[in-house]
Design a protein around this ligand. Structure first.
Ligand code: UD1
Ligand code: UDP
Length: 358
């Protein structure tokens, strides 16, 4: 039976997660693509649609940047208008952003079933806006697609078992598909005049790191103590706070700030980095899958399997020892086999489970 399914996205990592699933869903169903407009700069949004050849959204709700409550509230209102008009059979939401929560809330109030891709992740840190978004979205969802065994256990501990499925990770599918394309097409190493292994790659944008001037200054100061140049495609949130707190003067020659890069360029930068420093959920995973050591700029992570392997390590509490930590980590290799049965693509499993649900 062909269904009308809304896929709801809004922020950069959601375009990467959408890529494999949209293709799979469109083989059998009518996908209605809704972009909330949470991210709107070309380099955070449109470039992903062009590069990944994602379908043009049927709706762009143009919500833009607002305080959390106002942003989520405006999304809720505009998503509800779309739902009233489209009357879909299912709403698919991804990850843990304000767009995710708004989509789940809007659908739940109209009794439209919800599928959550990347369900069950927990940092157990309720100061993170993402943690609130995840917990609420999971408890509103009918189908919970979990990427890791830990995420299944987290849901069980909260009493959620029905509709919970371990399916693997759509982001690893995106990476697997796109890496060869990236290596063939991206000229980012040439453009930046970089050689493989000659640099570190930094991404940092989490509110916990950017909004406190002391934490932000501490991170920026310490990453410059590494022995090679650090390339930093900087998120506009972080650029805003560096300016607001007058931290420009601590940016030395070893830290190279560049605009956010496209997904294909990012994969090439990640793969060829000596190590990756990041507070991003997606980048932690990509580092792991690419077998590049990852220093996680956080006090805790949802991706605990990756920490347990030793390939990724939390470093926020020992920032002044980054060079030593990196030396210690060098021998640890990641394994790609953490996500169960890799024979069936995650997107196909999700599609089949959606079919069975009806
Ligand atoms: C959001 C998500 C976060 C995710 C990140 C991915 C929430 C609560 N947070 O954080 O989980 O990891 O996206 O990148 O949903 N801005 C621009 N241009 C844009 C978008 C934003 O300049 O296209 C600036 C604005 O100043 C804005 C700030 O970045 O206030 C933050 O944007 P917002 O979407 O609120 O959160 P992110 O930090 O991007
Ligand atoms: N990414 C990118 N360009 C960049 C930074 C990140 O293409 O300059 C990609 C990255 O490879 C990953 C996703 O964006 O696929 C992660 O998004 P982000 O770090 O913004 O969000 P998070 O995963 O932390 O929610």
């Amino acid at each position: 039976m062909s269904m009308r399914i809304i896929s709801l996205v809004g922020a950069r990592p959601q375009f990467v997660k959408l890529f494999p699933l949209s293709r799979a869903l469109r083989e059998n169903h009518q996908e209605i693509l809704v972009h909330t407009g949470q991210h709107y700069d070309d380099e955070l949004s449109n470039i992903f649609f062009r590069e990944l050849e994602l379908p043009v959204p049927d709706y762009n709700l143009e919500v833009g940047s607002l305080a959390h409550g106002a942003q989520t509230g405006l999304m809720l209102k505009r998503i509800e208008d779309v739902l009233l008009f489209e009357k879909p059979d299912l709403m698919v939401v991804f990850g843990d952003t304000n767009s995710t929560l708004a989509g789940a809330l809007a659908a739940s109030k109209m009794q439209i079933p919800i599928a959550h891709v990347e369900a069950g992740l927990r940092s157990f840190n309720r100061l993170m806006p993402e943690e609130i978004n995840r917990v609420l979205t999971d408890h509103l969802s009918d189908l919970l697609f979990c990427p890791t065994p830990t995420s299944v256990n987290n849901l069980r501990a909260e009493g959620l078992e029905e509709g919970v499925h371990l399916v693997g990770d759509v982001m690893s599918e995106s990476l697997e598909h796109c890496l060869p394309i990236a290596e063939a097409r991206s000229d980012i190493l040439n453009r930046l005049q970089l050689k493989p292994g000659d640099y570190y790659l930094l991404t940092m944008h989490r509110a916990e790191n950017t909004n406190d001037p002391k934490i932000l200054a501490n991170i920026l100061t310490n990453v410059q103590k590494l022995d090679k140049i650090v390339y930093y495609p900087i998120h506009p949130r972080t650029r805003y706070y560096i300016n607001k707190y007058g931290l420009g003067s601590i940016l030395g020659a070893r830290l190279r700030l560049i605009d956010p890069v496209s997904y294909l360029d990012m994969l090439v930068l990640e793969k060829n980095a000596e190590a990756i420093l990041t507070d991003s959920g997606g980048v932690q995973k990509e580092a792991f899958w690419l077998k590049v050591p990852c220093l996680v700029l956080r006090a805790e992570s949802e991706w605990v399997e990756m920490l347990a392997s030793g390939a990724n390590r939390l470093v926020l509490s020992e920032l002044n020892q980054l060079p030593q930590i990196f030396m210690d980590m060098k021998g640890n290799k990641s394994s790609q086999d953490l996500h169960g049965d890799s024979q069936i693509k995650t997107s196909v499993r999700i599609k089949e489970l959606i079919n069975e649900f009806y």
